[in-house]
Structure formats: C-alpha cells, structure tokens
Write a protein that binds this ligand. Structure first.
Ligand code: E8X
Length: 597
C-alpha cells in the first residue's frame, strides 16, 4: 500500500485536528453513533491516543467503543479526481461512516487502511465523518487480551474468591496480556488524497548488486492495463537509469547503515497522467552461517527494543518525538531497533531510510497465551495474524532500513506443545512467500527452556529475550552470567546468528548507590557491563538490544511503578547512566566486522 504523496498528479488533505469525541455510554447499539450522540461530546485531538487527553478516569480504564466525528468540505476543483480516504492506524478496530453510510471496517490497530470515496465525497459539499473505534482486546486480537484471570504481571488473585475476579458483576474490562498500556483511538494521521481516475495502485521493488552496478526491479500494479515508465535520479538530481521494470545503475552507491552512507536514489514511476515517487536504497541482506550480512558484510546490531510511547500523546503519532529518537539513537552510537511490539508509523521508516538506522519489523502478535488452555487451539487470532503479516510486508517491503521480519514477541510456548511448533513453523513458511526481497524471518522468544524450544532454533535468526539477573537470579550477576553461559553453550551448537533482543533492569533515574543494587542507576550499568562481557566472547552473538530505549507506560500493577522503567532513557528522553555507558561502548564497536578479528 503506497504512502500518500503530493506531487504534480496527486494531492493530500489532512483531516487531523480537533474532532468531537465520546466514549460509548452503553445505551445504544455498539459500533454505531448517530450525529445526535455528539450533542454532549468531548474535545479530542487526531492523531493521538484518547486515554491521556481527558481527566475522566474512564478515558484510561475504558473497554469498548468510542466515537469520533468531524465534517469537512473539499474544493470543487477536485471534481474530476479519484478521492481516497486513508487511516494510517486506528487502534484496535474501526468502523467508518461517511454521511451515515458504513464505508469501511478494519481490524488491527497499527496498519493503514483506505476506502475509495469517489462519488461518496462530493467536492464543494460538506461531508460528515463518524469513526467508531473499539479498544477491546481478547483471544481474537493482536495484541492479545486475557479472557479470564488478570492482566500481564497482574496480581494472581489466588486469595480472592473467584467470583470477584470474574467478569459477571460488572461490564467487561480489558486484561492486556502484554506489558504496555493499551492506548487506543485514531492514533495516526487521517488523510484524503487524490489520484487521477487511472492510477498507480502499488509498487514493489527488489535491489541486487552485480559487480559495481545496482539492479532495481520494479513490479508496478496499475488500475487498468497500460505501460509504465520509470526514471531513477541520483542525489544530485541526475537521471542515472530509465526503463519500465528492470533498471541498471552503473557504479551504484549502496545504502549503508549508520555511521556509513545511507545513499538513496529517487525513483519516479509514471502511468498515464499519474506519477508516484519513492526513495530507493540499494542494499542486499542475507544470513550466512552465523553472520547477518548487509551488502555482503557481517552486521552487528547495536540498538534497542523501543515503543511508540510518550506523555500526553500516548501511542499517538508524534513526528517531533521520532526526530528526537533518531537523534538519541545517533547520540548513543546505535544502528538499529526492533519495532516492538507492533508496526510503527510509516514516517519513522522513512526517517530510518534516510538516517541509516536498521529496523527489525515486528507484528503486534504479543501476549499470545495467558490462558490455562492451549491458546493455539482455543485462540481465535490465527487468520488475523496471517492478514497482519501480509499487510505489514505490503506496507514496508520497499524500505531499505527494514532487514528482517519478526512474526511476534514472546508467545506462550512454555511447554512447547506440538500445536505451538505447528503454528509458528507454518507461519514462518507463509511469511517467506510474501517478500520478494527474501529477508530473514524470525520471532522473539523469552522462554528459558531452550533445550525444549524447537521453534526458535528453526528461525533464520535466533532472537531471544533473557533477563538473567533481573527476573531470575535477581541481583546475583555471578549466577546470572553463569546461567547465561550455559545457555550460550547450547546456542553455539545450533550455528545460527543470535541476537539478544531484550535484556534489562528497571531503573529509577537519580537513584544512586555506592554498592549497586536493583533499581539503582549503578545496577543497570553494572548489569549491562557484566552481560555484555559474556556476549563479547561469542562470535555468533550478532546483536545486543537492551530493553528498553526509554521508560514507557504500562497497565498498573504490583511490578510497575509509573510504568516500565527499564529505559536507558527516561520517558522524556533524558539519559540515565546506562545510556552514557552504551554511548561509550557502542562508539567503540563497529557496525560491521565486530568480533571478526
Ligand atoms: C518486561 C518486558 C516487556 O516490557 C516486553 O514487552 C516483553 C518482557 C520481559 C520478559 N518482555 O517485562 O520488561 C518477560 C519475563 C516474564 C517473567
């Protein structure tokens, strides 16, 4: 799906700003609100999560539908154009009504959807847009919510009569089986864009290197049959290739991750009167033995698990924050991050293409489990998971910064039943069919029972989250390093590249101790220094991603003091001591060829 572009053939109108808003009052049919319902409405900003934008406690605890409304009028001059209404993300389920007609529904809170509104929106006449948004999470959604018991890290209610924990005595509540606040709403931009009536529907590119030349292959889908013409310009605006499908660039500049040169060409695709331009980064990605090769050289992942999370905005799109995060990534001499635990806004991938930041692109498949039964048998998420992976790859496949797909994070595979193996193995096979660039595919596992884990070892890259010294062997770094090495001895035999995709310690900024103990800044730094010393001894460890880039909001619970505090940075992006430690460490670690000597 192409990101909206304004150019000589296309236009964009932003529908963000102040909308009318109201939480469902439970007194009328769910998922629909007539205009009169907004007579008692709140003010709401779009894009943003709604949860932190009103002091009514219901805005954070709400479970169910919420409703947005705005009107707009577009210029009469657009009467001959095709009109498309696009939502970049609505979390988690959306029903879109245009002048009272249901014109779109979409499940999944982190990927775009659009509707051709030509003829439904009349240029020069006011249109009314109502969007119903559900934040409900359960065994059919990704991320997954529990349908019994408690939320992730919730108290176990063992000493509470089950009737209290049951839902019968009150309206449903969300029980996130994941460790981030269930922010919801129209969290990313809403736009109306135009194209000519005969237009470019989609573009897929693959890049190869042949000697000094770059080969860029285009697969262009058009609304009607016809010929496309393509030109590619270099940074100086000089045309360096032209054609209709496979273009060769002589003596090509390759796209290199930070601190290398992330060289981008500009491709212009023309079809009839339509035009679409996109950045092209020529680079290759492959796994070879225990190496993760970019442009044939062994890459070392220095970076983080992140979140799209900030005060006030919640999970709402914040371009200013994204620019700040890129600056802090550079400041820490990092070169990568994982989009934990959901696809991020498209704008962030564009920034990473330009800044040479490498991305592990992850689906919202987090929290799969949380039930005493076999979730792969009782869950209702499987088809949705495949749809998400399909749409994620369709959205992000042209970004040179995206080098690997993560099918999900920490599914419940504790006993590693055959049902889990069958599920993830078939999903891996399916994912491999979707990407013409054949990027590596993985999923991220936190189950320490690595000898029974038949799933992780079959991924292209082993991605493991381990908290030796925090969640287990807490505070005992000698035992933690001993246990870690026992496990690394196991992975050494598997002969796959391994990334430690999460490790970390909750840390209160300003809490200092002469003798490091948990939650102090000294402990967080010592924890990382001890673990990293062990990682440095293993050449098959090809990446280190501390959890987390920054503190972030979670559900309340006995294990969370104002959210998850494992950030190297505070939530407002101020460095803790560990951030300075990594800035120094990563400044001495090259992005390529680390541990080769
Ligand atoms: C944590 C992280 C959580 O924030 C992330 O979303 C997934 C968790 C640690 C592994 N990984 O809790 O900080 C969970 C261990 C459970 C004992």
């Amino acid at each position: 799906m192409l990101y909206p572009e304004m150019n000589e053939a296309r236009n964009i109108m932003d529908l963000g700003g102040a909308w009318l808003f109201r939480l469902d009052d439970g007194k009328h049919s769910e998922g629909y609100a007539d205009p009169a319902f907004f007579d008692e409405a709140n003010l709401m900003a779009v894009p943003a999560a709604y949860n932190d934008l009103n002091e009514d406690p219901a805005f954070r605890s709400h479970c169910g539908w919420a409703y947005y409304k705005r009107s707009f009028t577009i210029p009469r001059t657009l009467a001959s154009e095709r009109l498309v209404l696009r939502f970049d993300a609505v979390t988690h389920y959306a029903k879109v009504y245009l002048d009272g007609e249901l014109v779109a529904e979409h499940k999944g809170g982190f990927l775009p959807f659009e509707v051709d509104a030509t003829g439904k929106i009349v240029p020069g006449r006011e249109s009314e847009l109502i969007v119903a948004v559900s934040n409900r999470i359960d065994h059919s959604t990704l991320p997954m919510g529990n349908e019994e018991g408690t939320a992730f890290f919730g108290s176990d209610n063992a000493d509470v009569p089950s009737v209290i924990a049951a839902k019968a005595w009150r309206k449903p509540v969300n029980l996130p089986n994941f460790d981030f606040f269930n922010y919801a709403g129209i969290i990313r931009p809403v736009r109306l864009y135009t194209t000519p009536k005969e237009y470019i529907q989609d573009i897929s590119i693959t890049t190869e290197v042949s000697g000094n030349d770059g080969i860029v292959s285009f697969d262009v889908e058009t609304s009607v049959p016809g010929r496309v013409s393509i030109t590619i310009e270099d940074r100086e605006g000089k045309t360096v290739a032209a054609g209709s499908d496979k273009l060769v660039i002589k003596d090509a500049h390759l796209w290199w991750p930070y601190p290398g040169d992330p060289y981008l060409y500009k491709a212009t695709v023309m079809f009839g009167s339509d035009v679409y331009t996109l950045n092209v980064g020529i680079r290759t990605v492959e796994v070879n033995g225990t190496g993760f090769l970019i442009n044939g050289k062994p890459f070392y992942f220095k970076g983080f698990g992140k979140h799209e999370d900030s005060a006030i905005h919640g999970r709402g799109f914040d371009f200013v924050l994204d620019v700040k995060d890129i600056s802090m990534i550079h400041w820490m001499n990092a070169n990568s991050f994982r989009t934990s635990h959901y696809p991020y806004a498209e704008e962030m991938y564009d920034l990473c293409d330009r800044e040479g930041i490498v991305i592990i692109d992850e689906t919202p498949a987090v929290g799969i489990g949380g039930t005493s039964e076999d979730i792969y048998k009782v869950g209702r998420f499987q088809e949705h998971h495949r749809a998400i992976i399909h749409d994620l790859i369709k959205r992000d496949r042209n970004h040179p910064s995206v080098v690997m797909w993560s099918m999900g994070n920490e599914p419940d595979v504790v006993t590693f039943p055959d049902s889990a193996y069958d599920y993830w193995h078939s999903l891996y096979e399916y994912t491999k069919t979707l990407d013409k660039q054949c990027r590596p595919v993985t999923f991220v596992c936190n189950q320490n029972n690595y000898e029974r884990d038949r799933i992780t070892r079959e991924m292209d890259v082993v991605c493991i989250n381990r908290y030796y010294g925090w969640y287990n062997l807490s505070g005992d770094m000698d035992a933690a390093c001993y246990a870690l090495n026992l496990e690394l001895d196991f992975w050494e035999k598997i002969c796959k590249p391994v990334i430690l995709t999460e490790y970390g310690a909750d840390t209160l900024p300003g809490f200092h101790l002469s003798v490091p103990e948990m939650f102090s800044e000294e402990f967080q730094t010592m924890y990382y220094d001890r673990i990293n010393s062990e990682l440095d001894k293993r050449s098959f460890i090809i990446g280190e991603h501390p959890w987390n880039f920054a503190d972030f909001s979670t559900i309340q619970g006995p294990m969370r003091a104002d959210g998850n505090r494992k950030g190297l940075l505070t939530r407002d992006r101020r460095p803790k001591a560990a951030a300075h430690y990594f800035r120094k460490r990563w400044g001495d670690i090259p992005s390529f060829g680390y541990k080769e000597t």
